[in-house]
Design a binder for this molecule. Structure first.
Ligand code: MN
Length: 723
């Protein structure tokens, strides 16, 4: 079992001037918190955080990061609260521990091969400090090393996750030593039989291979010495996992594996690398097409080395990797090799080069807007354009930043989108405008027969969702406009003893009219134009009715008794408003002016939302924000029971008892107060905002007048916008 003193010693060696008090404190804290807990192996739980810290210390991580190794499980597995952790160790440690805890809660369970890349991206996107990943990788490495203590099912799941998610991340970060060990262990647990079989077959060849390596190594050392190049030569048999990969990929037998054995030559400088290459190619025959120069063109993860394959004296090919000691360190440790700790400063500093390298190695990374900002804050935002969310079944969906549950619904299925009535995010019902965040588990609530509305276009950010909504609206609005237009036209035409049916009896007549009036080419265009309110009715009538007859006709408003023309309003319409002469129209009071009973009103046919009713004094009406062609006559239904909420702003002197005086006046008028808020200002005045319910305009006028009459009231104003 690893001892704390060993870890302490390793960190001190790598960071001689750092204050290691934090580390000792973390050790004691972790020991106390995990006291009495045991691992599946039967060992005390503390062994795990110690081992994880040990791995991080070997990776030359800074003391904060190693301390987090000791503390990484306290939030998840003990009663420690975030507050307490912060009190003891500060915000940095808390932040990283929370990051590690968050990652371990990602439900990778249902990961399919093709989703693995998305999972990896999501995991990195959820992380804003690279140390979170490093701790998580160290944690996973120790768990993999002790995996044989777990039950078969858990073992399979963890090994699969390691191979699909964590090993590739280690690879992307250039940490090949860690990646290799994770892969070997995963292979061993995922395919125990294949693993046993392959290791037996490799073992058969091992003796021969080892002898071969020894011979070739000695020969290489001799040649290099003769050339005056100082070099360190290592020989090895390749890892089982990579041999297995090669066998499967190339469908070949073990005997055909080229680089079953490999030589690694470490030198002091780049010129030496090429000098070694020259010496080797002189002494042995190189395999054509197998020379790879990753020094001139480094791999995206920062790996640099020159590779070549040579044919040995006995005809056996072998691979050689040539690199400097520095390159080797990076090849083994990746991002960890670039880690720099600045003593006396909290946190870590990257130099520009390391940053450029970090950017390079994350090959799927989006452009970072401002590299300088990135450097100073050390916050990672690897995918500023994307968020990753889950379905309740653990499937991950990629969405653009700013996406809402509406977008999510359309990603799942068009019908789910259309019928979306709400969403639950992480178990809580949220408004549809909620911006989704990384790791959110999103459940879409649907209701059959529910439809998209035009406001959804302001909620949806994905082009897919917007296109689907638009398409639905276009199709359905047009249908609705056709229905409305047909009724409109028939009603108007009837007064001149005409009807659509009669006009349609002459083939092409309506098509021609549509063209003449510039609204389209077909009869339907004409009818829907009338429904949308885009058609100038007088212009149409002028083409059908002699001018003198047209003059005779009474204006439409007076053509018939109101009661005849008014029919029930569609759906949730405002039943207190009647639209003259038209039935089946959805009517609603416009929010901009919130007209109340008794106020002069006008209606406008909107696209697909029925008739918006505005006060005649509404700025949107007087400002001609609406096309006069869409205007439609509306009026209040006097029989209806009115109750309108109106907001009133009252300016008052700031003195006690005023609000009470106002409310008692309102009570005297039988006025219901829905809400009252007061704010005071420095100049000894105050503003009271009231929401009251009134029956009609007369009632409101009485209310305003009475409030004005209260002593100390400076000014009363009706607010146009309701909340
Ligand atoms: Mn752990």
């Amino acid at each position: 079992m690893i001892r704390f003193e060993d870890i302490h010693e390793t960190v001190r060696r790598h960071h001689p001037t750092a204050d290691l008090e934090l580390l000792r404190k973390a050790y004691i804290f972790s020991a106390v918190e995990h006291k009495g807990q045991t691992r599946a192996s039967g060992e005390p739980y503390l062994v795990h955080p110690l081992e994880v810290a040990g791995i991080l210390a070997e990776m030359q991580m800074d003391p904060t990061c190693v301390a987090v190794g000791l503390l990484h499980d306290v939030l998840e597995d003990t009663l420690t609260t975030p507050e307490r952790l912060k009190d003891y160790f500060g915000p940095d440690v808390l932040h990283i521990v929370e990051g590690v805890t968050k990652i371990s809660k990602i439900p990778f369970g249902t990961s399919e091969q093709r989703q693995a890349e998305t999972y990896r991206k999501m995991l990195l996107a959820m992380v804003d400090d690279i140390r979170v990943i490093l701790v998580k990788l160290a944690d996973r490495l120790h768990n993999m090393r002790t995996l044989h203590f777990l039950a078969e099912e858990r073992r399979q799941k963890i090994a699969r996750e390691t191979l699909d998610i964590y090993a590739p991340i280690a690879g992307r970060l250039g940490m090949s030593r860690l990646k290799n060990e994770l892969e070997e262990l995963s292979f061993q647990h995922l395919e125990p039989e294949a693993w046993r079989d392959l290791s037996a077959r490799v073992a058969e060849r091992r003796q021969r291979a080892t002898a071969f390596i020894a011979r070739i190594r000695a020969a290489v050392e001799e040649k290099l010495k003769a050339a005056g190049i100082a070099a360190e030569v290592e020989g090895r048999i390749k890892r089982l996992f990579s041999i297995q990969q090669k066998l499967r990929r190339q469908r070949i037998d073990l005997d055909q594996v080229y680089d079953f054995v490999a030589l690694r030559i470490l030198v002091d400088s780049v010129p030496d690398c090429y000098a070694v290459l020259g010496v080797l190619h002189n002494a042995w025959r190189p395999v054509p097409g197998r020379i790879k120069d990753f020094i001139a063109v480094p791999r995206p993860n920062g790996y640099r080395s020159v590779h070549t394959s040579l044919v040995g004296d006995e005809g056996h090919p072998f691979e050689v990797q040539i690199r400097t000691h520095d390159m080797h360190r990076v090849a083994e440790q990746g991002i960890a090799a670039h880690w720099k700790y600045k003593e006396g400063k909290s946190g870590v500093e990257h130099d520009d080069q390391a940053f450029a390298w970090l950017r390079q190695l994350l090959e799927w990374q989006q452009e970072v807007q401002d590299p300088h900002e990135f450097l100073t804050s050390l916050k990672l935002d690897l995918y500023p354009e994307e968020v990753y969310c889950f379905t309740p079944r653990g499937e991950v969906k990629t969405l653009p930043r700013g996406a809402t549950p509406v977008d999510f619904a359309y990603v799942i299925h068009t019908e789910v989108g259309h019928q979306c009535v709400g969403a639950r995010v992480n178990g809580k019902i949220v408004p549809l405008r909620t911006r989704l965040r990384n790791g959110d588990i999103v459940e879409i609530l649907t209701s059959p027969g529910h439809h998209p509305s035009r406001d959804w276009l302001t909620l949806a950010v994905t082009s897919r969702a917007r296109a689907k909504i638009r398409h639905w609206l276009n199709v359905h609005e047009r249908q609705r406009a056709l229905d409305i237009g047909r009724k409109h036209l028939d009603r108007e035409l009837k007064r001149y003893d005409l009807s659509l049916k009669k006009l349609q009896a002459t083939p092409g007549r309506l098509d021609q009219l549509a063209a003449d009036l510039g609204v389209g080419t077909r009869a339907d265009d004409l009818i829907s134009a009338a429904g949308y309110g885009k058609l100038e009715l007088r212009a149409l009538l002028a083409k059908l009715v002699p001018a003198e007859k047209l003059q005779e006709a009474p204006p439409p408003e007076k053509s018939r008794p109101l009661a005849d023309a008014v029919k029930r309003l569609l759906r949730v319409g405002d039943e207190r408003i009647k639209v003259r002469g038209t039935d089946d129209l959805l009517v609603y009071r416009a929010r901009c002016c919130n007209p109340i009973m008794g106020e002069p009103i006008v209606g406008y046919i909107t696209r697909g939302k029925g008739v918006a009713v505005h006060a005649q004094s509404c700025p949107n009406v007087t400002g001609l924000a609406y096309d006069p062609g869409r205007r439609i006559a509306v009026e209040w239904d006097r029989q209806g029971e009115g109750a309108y909420e109106v907001r009133i702003a009252v300016g008052v002197e700031d003195r006690p008892g005023l609000l009470a005086a106002i409310t008692s006046v309102l009570a005297g008028l039988g006025t219901d107060i829905r809400n009252a808020e007061a704010r005071t200002f420095d100049d000894r005045t105050a503003a009271i905002e009231l929401t009251v319910r009134v029956a009609d305009l007369k009632h409101l006028e009485k209310v305003v007048k009475s409030i004005r009459g209260v002593g100390g009231v400076l000014d009363v104003e009706r607010h146009s916008v309701t909340r």
